[in-house]
Design a protein around this ligand. Sequence first.
Ligand SMILES: [Zn+2]
Length: 564
Amino acid sequence: MDLKLEKLAGLYEHSAWIVEQALARGPFKSLAAFKRACAEVLDAAGRDAQLGLIRAHPELVGKAAVLTSESTREQSAAGLQQCSPQEFETLQRLNRDYNARFGWPFILAVRGPRGVGLTRTQIIETFERRLHAHPEQEFAECLRQIHRIAELRLAEVVGERIAEGEQTWDWAEQLAVHSDTPEHLTVTYLTPAHQACAQQLAGWMREAGFDTVDIDAIGNVVGCYRGTGDRWLLTGSHYDTVRNGGKYDGRLGIFVPMAVVKRLRGRRLPVGLEVIAFAEEEGQRYPATFLASSALTGGFDAAWLEQRDTDGITMQQAMRDAGLPGTLEAIAKLARDPKNYLGFVEVHIEQGPVLDAANQALGIVTSINGSHRYLGQLIGQASHAGTTPMDLRRDALLAVAELALFVEAEAVRLGCVGTIGICSVPNGSINVVPGRVDFSLDLRAPDDATRDLLRDAVVAQLSGICERRGLRHELRPTVAANAAPSDPAWQERWEAAVEQLGLPLHRLPSGAGHDAMKLHEILPQAMLFVRGGNQGISHNPLETITAHDAQLCVDAFSHLWEAL
Ligand SMILES: [Zn+2]
């Protein structure tokens, strides 16, 4: 790859040294590898140089800023020159407040994740939100935005094409038009919006060149693209969402293989590809989750058909209303015979901050965490907040507080995660010592042994706290899910694919559950993660990926499949 300093000197604002030092690390296998080198140079340059780079940037619509030609074009392309007087005032105020709080100018890649420009409203909303960020996190976010600006400038200079990444991104936008609620993205099992998504996906799969496309008895959209042999690679992810969710969670794992098939234009590979858009994973409408992948593994529970949604509609009725048979016989037929498949792979947005913080576009999943969940209750003695001396209290809330800090310390020590997400004082009062607390425990680890160690330590600690404080407790297990370690051979295939892109390997466990966790029961599986922007926030409308990262997913998937 032939990259010349004189063409690339403007990638980083007034800071050609970054490109110069990065180029010295060449030659590069890919643009992604060069971008990675730039990020490493800046990482190694230290805080002062990083701050200098941030300060070399102009304010958005700054009055006194001396803009480079690149910045001028980007800001005017985002329509920042056409601000209304009110928007102009708002931006000036934000610039002032931001600078007063952080001591550097606000940096945002105004061309956005697709490269076509954010709206002024999006820019102002992002500005308002980031004004309240933690200073260290905001500093890091500014550097990430600077790398994104450089990525877009580089693409322009070298005429980079990322057609499949853009297609993937556009599919995500277009599918998000269908929602149960107009103001949010919410697509729950078998609602009209959900059925519209299935029809839309089926239509796109046909256009992309799949040989057969069907909607099965559970509502999955299944696209098959034959290979020259008779073995298949199984892939896919879910298209339902949580309430007020993001556009990429699950869906990306459907779009990426679709884009790969589309790019083949009918060319055949030795192994066929079966892509499943899973109808249900999130457990929003009915208490049961992973309905769709459970059907594939033969683990669909007959009792689920009788579950009711909040309107009292049984799952079976919802299926019949959607034109599906709604019988256990039809669902049982969906179980796959592992003999026909080499394995299962899934591409998914990380849904966490790890890759974004590490400036890594792709991550190799080592294991899907196993978990223990409990609902608990601590019972002490409610008493007068004014008259009960501190040493004579039996305060249930303090016990949970103590437990929460222990969960934190122990999870850190064991390299896993633990959360008390619910903690409430029923009928609490401002002047009453809490006599009872309802709380939850969510403990997760990449392997079952560590998960159980954490559980045992937390339970023992809880007993100790109760004894010392004179409390009672109840703990009711609600979930015990085994970890699903990636199959070593399939993990290596993802690693080889990422290496072919010229990117370093970043391995991480998945803290969230995924369809691959279910398929794990019948097939070897491994997942690829892509970073989410906005510090990886997910199950939230702020969930975002760039078209560039989507392209890397498509390329990695392509490499993995072609190598089989
Ligand atoms: Zn998901």
